[in-house]
Ligand binder design. Structure first.
Ligand SMILES: Cc1cc2nc3c(=O)[nH]c(=O)nc-3n(C[C@H](O)[C@H](O)[C@H](O)COP(=O)(O)OP(=O)(O)OC[C@H]3O[C@@H](n4cnc5c(N)ncnc54)[C@H](O)[C@@H]3O)c2cc1C
Length: 390
């Protein structure tokens, strides 16, 4: 099938949905391509419970989100499905809680009913042609057949930078052992009378199993969150390798071992069982586009503002280091920094924009920009910029 459009958005994660909604709402004929059969990307694969990056870095309960727009709209839609939900404090920051099934529903409802937006699920971009420094054609594989798309502009929201790679756009990619830890989740069901301290006692028992060499070293960074319903909990394993089938099998094996240790150690886990696992390992860090500006750690921590500041953010630099686990560096309370629009524009491909995880930021700055709330606003601003040709 041959198609043409104003804006092609690649990737239907949280950034891609926002980019496609905004482009279509601005009147552009928009196509969204997603390789999975659902929207939401990592947020769904890794069973997220909280939207981070929505609020200023204040210790008082926030009234508004920093960027408003589609991020605010998604929170309001989530609240309709879980009345009474509001931002909750987690250490020095506030996050918005949600249930995975509600996020799936909200993203589907918003995108399905959006005029001017055509979505192709189970479709994967696998090559791009360029002409005179611009993307000319995108080729996408479907279960049966192929799409050949001629777009005016493309927004890469694939997380892994598929369009950036295929189009020869300039980018950076650290060797695997220098990137942030990746993640893999498993859901435990049948937890009885869960005490409040499970988010402390689960990592404690797993840490001891690591010391006793019953589990590999990386399992010492495992986190535990309560699930959507009372008898559920989610374990997030943080592991030093990217996604491939062999490593996913290894992560699944460790999940089963970890659950057995928990069932033997904690009374409330005695009759529990694993009822769901991530289907893939999800990466915090991958390829980053080289844009017309690269946001740095200094920009983030000095709460720098820019003449073309397009997105506000106050999430700390949260780096999941391979050797020392998570570290946090905070922006001064009450302040925020800006992400310039130039970080969303490729330096060498004229009609290519990026949003979400693969924008033009340093390894450290990515520790702050990669969270869901920020990715939604990045998508929205990339959608607007692509339509207006900014
Ligand atoms: C372990 C872990 C825990 C995290 N916890 C939190 C948290 O609690 N709260 C929070 O706010 N953030 C959290 N984050 C960060 C956040 O989830 C992600 O950075 C964010 O969701 C990224 O969104 P995205 O849209 O940029 O990318 P993704 O979610 O990766 O979406 C990209 C989409 O593109 C699709 N795609 C890829 N290649 C192609 C292709 N060639 N063709 C078509 N489609 C393609 C993928 O299938 C995917 O749906 C966490 C991240 C990780 C890894």
């Amino acid at each position: 099938m041959e198609l043409s459009c104003d804006i092609l958005v690649v990737g239907g994660g949280i950034a891609g949905i926002a980019a496609a909604l905004k482009a279509a709402r601005e009147g552009a004929d928009t196509i969204l391509i997603e390789k999975n059969n659902f929207a939401g990307g990592i947020a769904i694969h890794a069973m997220h419970r909280y939207i981070c990056g929505l609020y200023p870095s204040d210790l008082q309960a926030p009234i508004n989100t920093l960027n408003g727009g589609i991020a605010e709209e998604i929170c309001l839609e989530l609240e309709k499905l879980a009345p009474g939900s509001k931002a909750i404090q987690m250490g020095k920051v506030y996050v918005y809680p949600f249930a995975t099934k509600d996020l799936l529903k909200v993203l589907k409802n918003l995108s399905d009913k959006q005029a001017g937006l055509k979505i192709f699920y189970e479709t994967k971009i696998d090559s791009i042609t360029t002409e005179q420094g611009s993307i000319k054609t995108a080729f996408a594989k479907q279960l049966k057949g192929e799409l050949i798309i001629s777009p005016r502009a493309v927004i890469d929201c694939s997380g892994e930078g598929a369009v950036i790679r295929f189009s020869g756009a300039a980018h950076e990619l650290l060797p695997e052992n220098e990137r942030q830890l990746a993640g893999f989740c498993f859901k435990i069901k049948g937890i009885t009378n869960p005490p409040d301290i499970l988010s402390v006692s689960v990592p404690y028992y797993l840490f001891h199993a690591v010391v006793e060499k019953k589990l590999p070293l990386y399992m010492r960074y495992t986190k535990f969150y309560p699930g959507d319903i009372d008898d559920e909990g989610i374990c997030l394993i943080n592991l030093p390798f990217g996604n491939n089938p062999e490593k996913t099998r290894e992560a699944k094996k460790q999940a089963v071992k970890a659950h057995k240790i928990l069932a033997d150690s904690l009374v409330s886990f005695k009759d529990s069982y694993i009822n769901e696992m991530s289907s893939v390992i999800v990466e915090r860090e991958g390829l980053r586009m080289t844009g017309q500006y690269m946001l740095t750690k200094e920009d983030v921590l000095s709460a720098r503002k820019f003449h073309d500041g397009a997105i506000k953010n106050a999430w700390p630099i949260e780096l999941w280091n391979q050797d020392k686990g998570p570290t946090y560096q905070y922006i001064e309370a009450g302040d925020y920094y800006e992400i310039p629009l130039r970080c969303l524009k490729s330096i060498n491909i004229k009609n290519l924009y990026g949003a979400g995880r693969c924008i033009s930021v340093s390894h450290e700055a990515l520790g702050s920009t990669r969270v869901m709330g920020t990715c939604i606003s990045l998508g929205e601003q990339a959608g607007l910029a692509a339509v207006k040709g900014l």
